[in-house]
Ligand binder design. Sequence first.
Ligand code: NAD
Ligand code: ZN
Length: 358
Amino acid sequence: ESMQIKTASKQYPVLIGKQAINELPDFITHELNQLNKILIITDEKVAELHLQTVKKALIKTGKPVLHYVVPEGEHAKTFEVFYECQSYCLSQQLNRKSLIIALGGGAVGDLAGFVAATFMRGIPFIQVPTTLLAHDSAVGGKVAINHPLGKNMIGAFHQPEAVIYDLEFLQTLPLQELRSGFAEVIKHSLIADKEFYRWLKSNIVDLNNITDEQFLTMITKGIGIKASIVEEDEKEMGIRAFLNFGHTLGHAVEGSMGYGNFTHGESILIGMVYALKLSGREQGLDFKLDEFINWVSSLGYQTTIPLQLEKETLLNLMKTDKKSINEGATFVLLKQLGSPLLMDIADSVLIEEMIEMK
Ligand code: NAD
Ligand code: ZN
């Protein structure tokens, strides 16, 4: 499966499939032939599992291939690791004719993309996602590291040259990481495609038994939805905000549970339940929330706010979420399935609905 992403700043292909990695050397040979060096940035876990496969595929390019291994997860997205990557690039004499390959999940993609965006004012990079969540993060060009005062606060818009999504890599993904990524798939269906939502709900009943065909469908559709939004609004001036559906409370839950204790997707799933409830109340959304909750519970998601979290704390976190502009908090709600909108919700309503959730 292949598609083209067209943004104002760049057009690039997304190739999805089993053994898609074999397309990588041809793409480099045809599109980036002037390259002098290739640097793969990956994390410890992915290096162990899949680095050799990628290195082997790259032999065909005839280019020197280096690799740099960073810590897993959010530990990759620090100033220290960013600095070490830049030092490595300089010491290995990479330059504007060098390519960075981000091999890993969203964390590696965000870090490696930001290294590419800033090294010598920007060099090309290719996303090779290895998680389901990365169907979301690998497309769209947002790259970032974290600051102690806020996640993803130091970043850039830097579109990749290509996204090569080899479904084989997903075979080694732990269940909890699948669950994290699948929440973003659900999100894409809810904000943009009612039929896709129905398809997911009737076909995905066990995250341990997703077929290649099903992965292909959900990733292709999910990326298609993300791409169509990003193509219209690359720099997040308007509709790109709809991608934050479920993320206002989700980020608050994720942050206050401590990153790593609750995955991103598990947190935003709770945020989506909340946003769906608010949508019913404020927009008259016609939606069978009970059925939704039964379905996602059977997939292993928690659908209520963890008891130890204080509602006041969550409220304050929601209000400082970078997406809110006015009083109260700005939410992405649904008028109907597939029809999102932005709405400011008063504090009193936000608290009431949080109490309702458990
Ligand atoms: P991740 O990169 O931390 O990967 C999750 C875990 O899975 C890691 O421990 C990793 O080592 C492991 N892993 C990766 N691939 C594997 C494989 N094939 N087999 C076994 N283990 C594997 O995180 P993620 O969940 O993919 O992404 C989360 C990150 O993405 C967050 O930092 C978030 O901010 C970012 N994000 C960015 C965007 C964007 O638009 N840039 C969008 C959404 C999320
Ligand atoms: Zn997300």
